[in-house]
Ligand binder design. Structure first.
Ligand SMILES: *Cc1c(COP(=O)(O)O)cnc(C)c1O
Length: 419
């Protein structure tokens, strides 16, 4: 990581959605901070993606996969009993109606498959037969292994050995799908270290290998491309709102790890100024360094994994340790477009603690019969708070990014230790 060069402080574009620039800048954020050996691969990827973007056949093919294999469109569900819970917490007794965008019902149980199917198709367009991926909790690894199996590609997934131990079930799922899981022993043996190893692999294998990054992070064109693939969430939500409410919602809430479910949900709404957008980071156990993963709320601009964005770092500019009860939010960086939306004040970023997320986890299970991922529970918690500050005529949509089967053991352990 290093300080931001002054030359990057260019004037902002007029339209907030009009990013990135051709060199991958979201305002001053984003860009490409990678070794020379990766520049050619990133240029190739940008070129292939630009051609695919203008090719109706590419989007038809992806659309068909999303419909027939992933199970899209996912429902927009009116959470009546969760709304009631918000009314009970409201000082006025009124609350906005809460709607859940059910990404937990997508194949493999989360939004990540929207991106891996898109990038899998791109790998085929580039004539590459092998994909690699990094994974923390194993959700992106499973989504990558699934896309590879479905599209006939080989797949290697890098995973920190500490994460592999904690997420044994997802390791078994990836192997069952035919992927090789490469455990990383470096550093804290978690997501950041797995990402470093995946990048190192790619530097030596770019000719036949495509690296599927799992969130809106990394060097250009990844943040833009992953946002585009995940924007199916927001586009569907917009159409569903117009059909069910005959208007747009008043607020949208999503959790932010790297920021892909939030970016996909927000992007189609960024020019709709009347729609409040709220990103929820992991507040962890406390606000002290190492106790949370709230990169925007508590970090500073810096460079991590090839792009400039908000990063949690110590006094020496080293990436700081992070904590969250949810493995998918446990990352010291965030996508550059979120840094830009934060700076333009288009999205309000806030954080929810482990304890609040656990409460929301139980609330959604008991009130709606839906066990959310612990990541998702952060967004649910904030959506109740937002809804309780509004009136009965208003509407809040929350991105239900994933299901919680993977988290039931960890959640019961944490709930028991609280009791
Ligand atoms: C991975 C994951 C997240 C966090 O990733 P984003 O890129 O921020 O979306 C959130 N929810 C679920 C269910 C996940 O699997």
């Amino acid at each position: 990581m290093s300080a931001i060069p002054a030359s990057l402080k260019s004037p902002p574009p007029a339209r907030i959605s009009d990013v990135p620039t051709p060199d991958g800048r979201f305002g001053r954020y984003g860009g490409r901070y990678v070794p020379e050996t990766l520049m050619a691969a990133l240029d190739q990827l940008s070129g292939v993606y630009a051609a695919a973007y203008d090719d109706e056949k590419f989007w038809d093919q992806l659309d068909d996969l999303l419909k027939t294999f992933v199970g899209r469109p996912t429902p927009l569900y009116r959470a009546t009993r969760l709304t009631q819970a918000a009314r009970e917490r409201s000082p006025t007794g009124q609350a906005a109606t809460i709607w859940l965008k059910r990404e937990d019902l997508a194949h493999t149980g989360a939004h990540k498959i929207n991106n891996t199917m898109g990038q899998g198709l791109l790998a085929i367009r580039m004539g590459k037969s092998r994909i690699i991926a990094e994974t923390g909790a194993g959700q992106h690894g499973v989504a990558s292994a699934t896309a590879a199996a479905h599209l006939g590609l080989s797949c290697d997934v890098y995973m920190g050995s500490e994460d592999a131990r904690r997420q044994r079930l997802n390791v078994v799922r990836m192997k069952m799908l035919g992927a090789r899981v490469i455990e990383v022993e470096a550093g804290s043996r978690t997501l950041k270290d797995a990402t470093n190893e995946a990048m190192r692999d790619w530097m030596g294998s770019v000719e036949g290998t495509h690296y599927i990054i799992g969130s809106v992070v990394g060097p250009h064109p990844f943040p833009m491309m992953v946002r585009d693939f995940q924007s199916v969430i927001g586009r569907e939500t917009k159409a569903q709102c117009l059909r069910l409410l005959s208007r747009l919602p008043d607020a949208i809430v999503a959790c932010v790890g790297g920021g892909s479910n939030a970016a996909g949900m927000f992007y189609p709404f960024v020019e709709d100024a009347a729609v409040a957008l709220v990103g929820v980071e992991a507040g962890g156990r406390a606000s002290a360094p190492g106790e949370h993963a709230a990169s925007i709320s508590m970090g500073e601009p810096g460079i991590l994994h090839g792009s400039l964005s908000y990063v949690l770092q110590d006094g020496e500019g080293q990436t700081a340790p992070v904590h969250s009860c949810s493995a998918g939010l446990d990352y010291p960086g965030v996508g550059p477009e979120h840094a830009y939306w934060h700076e333009r004040r288009r999205v309000r970023y806030t954080s929810v603690t482990d304890a609040e997320a656990l409460q929301a986890f139980t609330l959604l299970a008991r009130r709606e019969g839906i066990i959310p991922a612990l990541e998702t529970a952060h967004a649910i918690s904030e959506s109740v708070r937002v809804a309780a500050s509004m009136n009965d005529k208003q509407h809040v949509v929350v991105c239900c990014s994933g299901r919680g089967d993977k988290d039931v053991e960890e959640a019961s352990r944490l709930l028991n230790s609280q009791a």
